[in-house]
Design a protein around this ligand. Structure first.
Ligand code: GDP
Ligand code: MG
Length: 163
């Protein structure tokens, strides 16, 4: 079965780093694809034996007249509508922020199937943030380091039963 995973979360938590790790150089050109705007980057991911489509909510960092919050909300809702599953990412070093709580609420309201990831999880500086992630009520956080490639086996193990 093929499926689509959207990576969502506030800016700077490491979404694009994970996207790039999953996709490598197999980045799809999204401009011509119906339903996907240039604010959503889509690529073909490989993780273990799994092949799936991954969506990165890019464009959040671009300067825009809109408020960042409104923009985040719209992009996230669109990604959730397109995707089968969401990976909601927080920055474990920063801990849970009010923006993270807002995202968690959107995902709960949409009844999206959510995997919770506490990224930047390498080293002890992330320990407290990983524990805080439980309070989001989205289940057990996956401790990842997108930059260092840690936790990819755990991500694979969470995805396999879903597909
Ligand atoms: P995005 O805005 O959510 O797409 O975040 P980016 O992928 O652009 O990453 C934001 C910053 O966090 C960059 O400087 C990354 O190098 C850094 N980063 C991403 N993943 C990790 C990680 O696992 N550990 C650490 N320490 N930094 C990371
Ligand atoms: Mg990004």
């Amino acid at each position: 079965m093929s499926f689509t995973l959207a990576i969502v979360g506030r800016p700077n938590v490491g979404k694009s780093t994970l996207f790039n790790r999953l996709v490598g150089k197999r980045l799809a050109l999204v401009d011509d694809q119906p339903g996907v705007t240039r604010d959503l980057r889509e690529g073909e991911a490989r993780l273990g034996d799994l092949r799936f489509t991954v969506i990165d909510t890019a464009g959040l960092e671009e300067a825009n007249d809109d408020s960042l919050q409104g923009r985040m909300r719209r992009l996230t809702e669109r990604a959730v509508d397109i995707a089968d599953f969401c990976l909601f990412m927080i920055d474990a070093r920063a801990g849970v922020t009010s923006t993270d709580r807002m995202f968690a609420e959107i995902l709960r309201k949409k009844s999206a199937h959510v995997l919770l990831a506490a990224n930047k999880g390498e080293g002890r500086a992330a320990d407290d943030g990983v524990m805080e992630a439980y309070e989001l009520g989205l289940g057990e956080p996956l401790r990842l380091s997108a930059e260092h490639g840690e936790g990819m086996g755990d991500l694979l193990a969470e995805l396999i039963p879903l597909v």
